[in-house]
Design a protein around this ligand. Structure first.
Ligand code: COA
Length: 207
């Protein structure tokens, strides 16, 4: 499954965790094999592997390298451990997993992808998700905000309550980001429909 987004040379690819590629370790380097081995659950190992495989294949296609020669940098800016978002010179990548789905987004500007399985109610998290927005589809609020937080690289270090977005009844848009008045004008936000039973969103930050 692939969706092209011509803006920012972007593409989003999806895989199911049942995909046999989730068992293929040949593209993982030693650091990635170590990360994979530390996951206790087989599902998490499969999700992680697919994220690596999708990222390396996509970079290979755009650079002419062989996928196994693509080296991703995952250095966490917070602590230096290799668990941050994958980086490759000249390209921006974002990985997201939920339930049986793994997604990868690539773009020539910072990009954030989020997918959430709709099976779990988010009602008990409403106070942590909403920044005063009207009640609405919490999965849409969650994915729009997490895609934005991943595009900036902040992740959940920045509370979702500091980021105000439109709700499901309106086109996706960032309305306000506490302390970052420049961001709404520089942000492009899209809803995705990755598969039945999942919500998804994609965010780009213009330079
Ligand atoms: C990024 C984050 C929101 C993702 O949450 P999640 O529930 O695991 O959701 P997803 O499946 O959508 O995303 C996972 C992917 O996000 C990416 N990621 C990790 N940190 C990221 C960040 N700061 N910004 C953007 N993406 C990030 C990784 O690629 C990861 O997948 P991978 O490890 O398999 O490659 C969350 O992990 C987070 O907030 N991390 C940063 C917190 C932080 O910096 N802590 C300091 C650690 S020392």
């Amino acid at each position: 499954m692939a969706m092209s987004h011509p803006e920012f040379a972007s593409r989003v690819l999806w895989r199911r965790t049942s995909d046999p590629e989730a068992d293929d370790l040949t593209l993982l380097d030693i650091v990635e094999r170590g990360r994979r081995a530390r996951y206790l659950r087989e599902d998490d190992r499969r999700r992680f592997t697919l994220g690596v495989v999708l990222a390396k294949r996509e970079i290979a296609e755009r650079t002419g390298l062989r996928p196994k020669d693509v080296v991703l940098d995952r250095t966490c800016p917070g602590c230096g451990a290799p668990h941050g978002r994958p980086l490759y010179p000249g390209w921006h990548l974002s990985v997201s997993h939920s339930g049986g789905l793994v997604g990868l987004a690539i773009a020539d500007v910072p990009v954030g992808l989020d997918v959430e399985e709709r099976g779990r109610s988010l009602a008990d998290l409403a106070d942590a998700i909403l920044a005063g927005e009207p009640e609405g589809d919490l999965h849409v609020y969650w994915t729009r905000k997490e895609a934005l937080l991943k595009a900036t690289g902040d992740g959940l270090k920045v509370p979702m309550t500091e980021v105000e977005v439109t709700g499901a009844s309106a086109p996706p848009a960032l309305l306000r980001w506490k302390g970052r008045p420049d961001l709404p004008a520089r942000t492009v936000l899209r809803d995705l429909d990755p598969a039945p039973g999942y919500a998804g969103a994609l965010a780009f930050i213009r330079p």
